[in-house]
Write a protein that binds this ligand. Structure first.
Ligand code: GDP
Ligand code: MG
Length: 164
């Protein structure tokens, strides 16, 4: 199968919108192979000459904003185990939250490379300012994008495919 890119982040940051942007209207792949978890949806995507598949993890949820809900955490962990790269999506309009910090702490303990993607950055100028705040997560360069408009996704994908 194609390399897997796991889309991770709090609910409502725009993960599903970004998946639709990356995968367009290409149909989901259904695998019937050992080692591939079947309760997640894999959608083929490509950038430049690289093909991959994106899996939307459904959103890491915190109960009382400090603790992962175990089941959802388990699903995200399973998705991450199969992934070549994680796209960690945060909300540039909401700014950095405690939930983002907790996910970042968890991601830093994994061995998968992380592309930090700051969504809802429609304006290029504001986008870089909105994104700058996320440097402190310690996950490298934050890439401002707009999943709705598509802006910024090219730069993010250029970086992403170097890890495939
Ligand atoms: P998910 O829960 O992380 O999958 O988030 P969704 O993709 O369902 O989006 C959550 C909300 O954010 C929806 O109301 C989207 O329309 C909105 N949204 C998603 N991407 C963007 C974006 O790039 N810019 C803005 N302004 N809103 C967005
Ligand atoms: Mg979603």
């Amino acid at each position: 199968p194609l390399p897997i890119v796991a889309i991770i982040g709090r609910p409502n940051v725009g993960k599903s919108t970004l998946v639709n942007r990356l995968a367009g209207d290409q149909q989901a792949i259904v695998y019937d192979q050992p080692g591939i978890t079947r309760d997640r949806t894999y959608r083929p995507a490509f950038w430049s000459d690289r093909e991959f598949q994106v899996v939307d993890t459904g959103g890491l949820v915190f109960d009382d904003d400090t603790e992962f809900l175990p089941l959802i955490r388990q699903q995200a962990m399973a998705a991450l185990q199969e992934a070549s790269v994680a796209v960690f999506v945060v909300d540039g309009q909401a700014g950095l939250t405690g939930g983002d910090r907790e996910i970042a702490d968890w991601l830093r303990q994994q061995s998968v490379p992380v592309i930090l993607t700051v969504n809802k950055c429609e304006s290029i100028e504001n986008g870089f300012m909105q994104a700058a705040e996320f440097w402190e997560l310690g996950l490298g360069e934050p890439y401002p994008v707009s999943g709705i408009h598509g802006s910024g996704t090219g730069e993010m994908l250029d970086e992403l495919i170097t890890h495939l």
